[in-house]
Design a protein around this ligand. Structure first.
Ligand SMILES: C[S@@+](CC[C@H](N)C(=O)[O-])C[C@H]1O[C@@H](n2cnc3c(N)ncnc32)[C@H](O)[C@@H]1O
Length: 444
């Protein structure tokens, strides 16, 4: 069985079966079945809902004032609230981001003054999905968003799919017009003469009564009937992604490809390097302003620094790491983005080094070392020494945004040096549940 890479960047086996081995976990790629109706997947049994799901945030965003911070608590309601009909002149889009980052993608839209309406948020197994209306003319502005993995135009939202019998209605649903209207936003002409390849991917919050491959098959047939010159195969020019959440289906035409979430500045990879959309979310959490004297004292390959530099101006931008190789990669990345970033090889617990090179920083954002490679006792000591040095070298009232999976160690290290760590949000990174803390430098 030959493995090949699909357009999402994952490798996929080319067997006739629609699932790759691990795709039943729920949230992995899945295409339509082409060779007969062999049944895969779980038995049809009703299961209690284990996943939180769609909740309507119902926020009309004010364009000029800074609204309140997003609520970092997990989505609790399990009731689908149908959005208002999309106003004429508006288009309904969706963004997909990492679990826990949905509210921060919304916050990014607020900070960038991208006005959207009629917002709904959904929690999938490995993603947050946010749907919203935006004026058609403003739709291209969502491509500026950095806390986002992918963008879609919505063609179906909240379609009830609790039982297999409902698939027939899905098969008859009019999708052609909506797909045609999506193509210009993808940068494609709507009425291409040449054949177009298309493919359907289905993701879900949990196992459902209606199987994913059935949904994929029905959507493939529906689209194929509307566009007789299109071929169902991947890699595809047009990807339809369908999300099954709490027995309902939401689907959209993908407007982005893998290059959208991968940044061109990444000069090298190292274990523990942050995914750029998460680094961008940490920048958003820092409430960026041009007066920032910004520091990442354990910057690794410099992802946070690059995301901050690309966000906008700062008074200064400083990073450091104890690891020579990491600093070299960070230096090359800074060169690629062509922004002034000061980089030092230092021990971030060395108060004197910080005072000499970066005294008076007002914003510190850091992805702390954590995970299987570190002993808790080492981390306890490292966190405490680091916070002590940062307390001494940062400006009074400076904000620290700190990401770690070691919640209790961070909290007690902060208390030990007279600081208070407040939970800002909880998310998943590299398969670990992690917390982002806000710590105010209370000295002075
Ligand atoms: C989780 S990684 C940060 C990854 C970074 N955000 C990126 O995207 O590449 C933690 C970093 O802390 C650095 N580090 C660990 N102890 C340090 C210390 N005492 N002083 C400075 N850096 C340190 C490690 O070398 C590593 O690069």
């Amino acid at each position: 069985m030959k493995a090949r890479r699909n357009s999402t960047g994952r490798s996929q086996s080319r067997s006739s079966a629609p699932y790759s081995k691990d795709s039943r976990k729920g949230d992995l790629r899945h295409g339509p079945k082409r060779n007969g109706p062999k049944r895969h997947g779980p038995k049809r049994t009703s299961r209690p809902s284990s996943i939180r799901a769609p909740v309507r945030k119902n926020a009309q965003l004010a364009a000029r004032q800074r609204p309140a911070k997003p609520d970092p608590r997990p989505i609790k309601q399990a009731v689908f609230v149908r959005p208002e009909p999309t106003a004429s002149g508006d288009i309904r889009l969706a963004l997909l981001t990492a679990p826990g980052l949905g509210p921060w993608a919304q916050r990014e839209m607020e900070l960038r003054r991208i006005v959207v309406r009629n917002i709904s948020s959904y929690r999938l197994r490995n993603h947050d999905l946010v749907t919203f209306d935006i004026a058609r003319g403003l739709a291209p502005s969502v491509r500026e968003l950095r806390v986002v993995d992918d963008l879609f135009t919505i063609i179906v939202e909240g379609f009830s799919l609790h039982e297999p019998a409902q698939l027939r209605r899905l098969g008859r649903m009019e999708l052609k017009e909506k797909i045609l209207k999506s193509l210009p936003l993808k940068g494609e002409r709507g009425n291409k003469k040449r054949a177009t390849d298309y493919w359907v991917f289905v993701k879900q919050d949990r196992d459902h009564e209606v199987y994913r491959h059935e949904v994929a098959d029905v959507l493939v047939q529906n689209i194929g009937a509307s566009f007789s010159h299109w071929r169902a195969q991947e890699p595809a020019d047009v990807e339809v992604w369908a999300f099954m959440i709490e027995g309902r289906l939401t689907a959209g035409v993908r407007l982005t490809d893998i290059s959208f979430r991968q940044r061109k500045y990444r000069a090298g990879e190292r274990p523990g390097a942050l995914r750029p959309p998460l680094a961008a979310a940490l920048v958003v959490m820092s409430d960026p302003s041009p007066e920032d004297r910004f520091i990442d004292p354990m910057c690794g390959t410099g992802t946070i620094l690059c995301e901050r530099a690309l966000w906008g101006a700062t008074e200064s931008l400083v990073g450091g790491d104890i690891d020579h190789e990491a600093i070299e990669i960070a230096r090359q990345s800074a060169k690629i983005i062509d922004r002034p970033v000061e980089l030092y090889r230092w021990d971030a617990t060395d108060e004197e080094a910080l005072i000499e090179n970066a005294a008076g920083a007002t914003v510190l954002v850091c992805n702390l070392p954590f995970g299987k490679r570190f002993e808790s006792s080492d981390l306890r000591s490292l966190y405490k020494r680091a916070l002590k040095a940062w307390r001494a070298s940062l400006a009074a009232g400076a904000r620290m945004i700190l990401l770690t999976s070691e919640r209790d160690i961070l909290r007690s290290a902060a208390l030990d040096v007279g600081l208070k760590a407040r939970t800002l949000t909880v998310l998943t990174t590299q398969g670990l549940r992690a917390t982002v803390f806000e710590v105010r430098n209370g000295k002075g």
